[in-house]
Design a protein around this ligand. Structure first.
Ligand code: CO
Length: 178
C-alpha cells in the first residue's frame, strides 16, 4: 500500500464526471488499498477516487455509527448508485480537498445505495446520519460536484465554535472531513 496525494480544489480533475469501473483487477485493488491508507492517515470519513486523481467511480466511506468499543468500518463502494433517500439533516460539512473550510449543507438523513465490491459483486447498503452525509458527499465527487457548491453558506470560525459547543457529543465525528 502507498499513500496517494490528495488533489485540492482548483484542480479541474475535481470538476469532472467519473467513468464506471469495468475491470475488477489488481489495479483496482491497489487503488482501493492506497485510498484506504490515504484516508486512514487523513483522519477523514470518506474519500473518492477523483480526489487521488483517478476519474473512476469508486469511493470509500467510514461507517462511524458503530457500537462503542467496536472498530469503525471502511466500506468500499464501486459504481455506487443512490436508490433511495429519506428525511433530511442540516449541518457542517468539510472535505479533504478543501482543507480548513466548512459549509452548512442539507443532506438526506437516510440513504440506500447499490454498489459493487472490489470483486464486482453487487450489494446494497443502508446508512443514516453522518454516514448518509458522507455517502452523498462522496457520490457527488463522482459527478464533479464539491460540497461548497451545495452549501447554504460557508461557516465562519465563530459559527463552527458555536455549533460544536452546542453539539459536543457529535463534534469529533461531525468535524471529520470527506
Ligand atoms: Co470531499
Amino acid at each position: 500500500m502507498a499513500l496517494r496525494n490528495i488533489v485540492e480544489k482548483g484542480d479541474n480533475i475535481l470538476e469532472k464526471h467519473c467513468r464506471p469501473v469495468t475491470a475488477f483487477n489488481e489495479k483496482l485493488h491497489i487503488l482501493l488499498d492506497d485510498m484506504q491508507e490515504t484516508l486512514e492517515k487523513s483522519g477523514g470519513v470518506g474519500l473518492a477516487a477523483p480526489q487521488v486523481g483517478v476519474l473512476r467511480r469508486a469511493v470509500l466511506v467510514v461507517e462511524t455509527n458503530v457500537p462503542e468499543g467496536e472498530d469503525e468500518q471502511v466500506i468500499e463502494l464501486v459504481n455506487p448508485e443512490l436508490i433511495y433517500e429519506d428525511g433530511s439533516q442540516e449541518g457542517p460539512e468539510g472535505c479533504l480537498s478543501l482543507p480548513g473550510v466548512y459549509g452548512w449543507v442539507e443532506r438526506p438523513m437516510y440513504v440506500k445505495v447499490r454498489a459493487q465490491d472490489r470483486y464486482g459483486d453487487w450489494f446494497e447498503l443502508e446508512a443514516e446520519d453522518l454516514t448518509a452525509r458522507a455517502i452523498c458527499h462522496e457520490l457527488d465527487h463522482l459527478e464533479g460536484i464539491m460540497f461548497d457548491e451545495l452549501a447554504d453558506h460557508m461557516m465562519s470560525d465563530e459559527e463552527l465554535d458555536e455549533y460544536y459547543g452546542q453539539n459536543v457529543s457529535q463534534s469529533p465525528q461531525a468535524k471529520r472531513k470527506r
